[in-house]
Design a protein around this ligand. Structure first.
Ligand code: SF4
Length: 427
């Protein structure tokens, strides 16, 4: 079969598929790489098209008719005859030429699928050729279900690709804030920094405009929540001349203070940032202390590796974003890791590498075990993915969804309210 892709030749063997399934379970990948990429792009505003090169059914593994970009998703809709006879490139060339002449978008992203991968379809040269002939930027990505990767890897690939479509700037100005949660609370960072005299070039990746990605190289610095989750993007920014700095997930008073402190320090404007945050930083002190008195000594199970999400902020630092918020309010945190029990030492080593050798940790195999495991560790409450809500509630434990936290000082009242809800159930 394929000389170019040995894994495809292996695909005829049962052992290959067994190994693929084991890898999929370890990676926690819920869907194919093409589908993951398509999901991530479908709600992004902007002047670009996505072409799924393969069978029309590859469009059916995600809601291709939902989302702002749905009208700009196209497929080569290859038939079995075309695939078997290798007549796959002309339909792609024709589609790309039509898009370039009739639709004329700012960019076209072509995603490969399993069927074209299995026949080693050399589609990238066609994409480059049409792009060169028409002047419309086009990029080909060999996404397909046979390529298994961690969710953050897939997101990183996409972000680096989007960043690669931008033009190099003539002059650099401002900073990028990368890896923040979506929503209005993240806008606080823009306001604080601009009050401190720092221009914010963009908030990524949750800024849902394609043209914002085209400006990402215009900044002088990027502050990234856990750059280890986005190594390709980080490398693209560094090689483009930017300084890239790691910052924590800004959830809770301590992490938010560290976030602003690091940004001020790296930009040489610590005092200006402190002045811009002084009032909001102290605004929640009374409520914080009152809630701390109610939560101190309680045990909370913080579950990680459960989420199947495109949000890198929820996957950053292995999902430990709310750890310092919970500890800061006097709670004892037990980390529950979803995964195979035999990987226990790997998980332990990862926590140690993140500076958390002191954390209590248990491993559970899946959501169905969570109620029992959380009870066994003496948890009074659980922070976990919504998929386990029923199991946790049946165990009589209150829970907070892993994705419910809001960032920065603007998010503190909401977070305190969530935690007060736990204390209310114990009253
Ligand atoms: S055939 Fe492959 S690329 Fe298409 S939907 Fe299935 S796994 Fe994804």
């Amino acid at each position: 079969m394929s000389r170019l892709f040995p894994e495809v030749a292996d695909a005829r063997r049962e052992a290959f598929w067994r190994q693929q399934e084991r890898r999929r379970q370890t990676l926690g990948q819920p869907c194919c790489t093409q589908s993951n990429m398509s999901w991530s792009l479908i709600d992004m505003e902007g002047d670009f098209c996505v072409v799924i090169h393969g069978e029309s059914d590859c469009l059916n593994c995600f809601f291709h008719h939902n989302g702002r970009r749905a009208v700009d998703y196209y497929s080569t809709r290859l038939s079995e005859t075309q695939l078997v006879s290798g007549h796959t490139l002309e339909p792609l060339r024709h589609l790309l030429q039509l898009l370039a002449t009739e639709r004329r978008p700012a960019a076209v992203i072509v995603l490969g699928t399993c069927p074209v991968e299995v026949i080693s379809d050399p589609f990238e040269p066609v994409v480059h050729e049409v792009s060169a002939a028409t002047g419309v930027p086009m990029v080909a990505l060999r996404t397909h279900g046979l390529t298994l990767m961690r969710l953050v890897e897939c997101q990183d690939w996409l972000y680096a690709t989007l960043a690669g479509l931008g033009e190099p700037p003539e002059q650099r100005h401002g900073v990028n804030l990368i890896g923040l949660p979506p929503g209005a609370a993240s806008e606080e960072a823009r306001q604080v920094l601009e009050a401190a005299g720092v221009t914010v070039n963009g908030l990524y990746p949750n800024q849902t405009r394609f043209d914002a990605w085209q400006r990402i190289h215009h900044a002088t610095h990027s502050f990234v929540v856990d750059s280890s989750t986005v190594p390709r993007l980080t490398e693209a920014l560094r090689s483009g001349g930017q300084q890239v700095h790691d910052v924590p997930v800004p959830i809770g008073l301590y992490q938010t203070g560290r976030y602003y402190g690091l940004v001020g320090d790296r930009l040489g404007c610590t005092e200006a940032v402190q002045a811009a945050t002084a009032a909001v930083a102290r605004a929640h002190d009374d409520a914080w202390l009152a809630l701390k008195a109610r939560l101190t000594g309680r045990v909370v199970a913080l579950c990680i590796r459960m989420l199947k999400t495109h949000r890198t902020d929820l996957l950053a630092y292995e999902g430990l974003g709310p750890l310092e918020l919970l500890r800061g309010l006097g709670m004892e945190v037990v980390v529950l890791v979803q995964g195979p029990p035999e990987a226990r030492e790997t998980f332990r080593a990862r926590l140690e590498a993140l500076g958390h050798a002191d954390l209590r940790m248990e491993v559970f195999r899946g959501p169905w075990e969570l109620g029992v495991v959380a009870t066994d560790v003496g948890a009074d409450a659980v922070v976990c993915s919504d998929v386990a809500r029923k199991v946790v509630e049946e165990a009589g434990l209150p829970m907070i969804s892993s994705s419910a936290w809001r960032p920065f000082y603007a998010g503190i009242p909401h977070n305190l309210e969530l935690l007060a809800g736990l204390a209310d159930t114990w009253a």
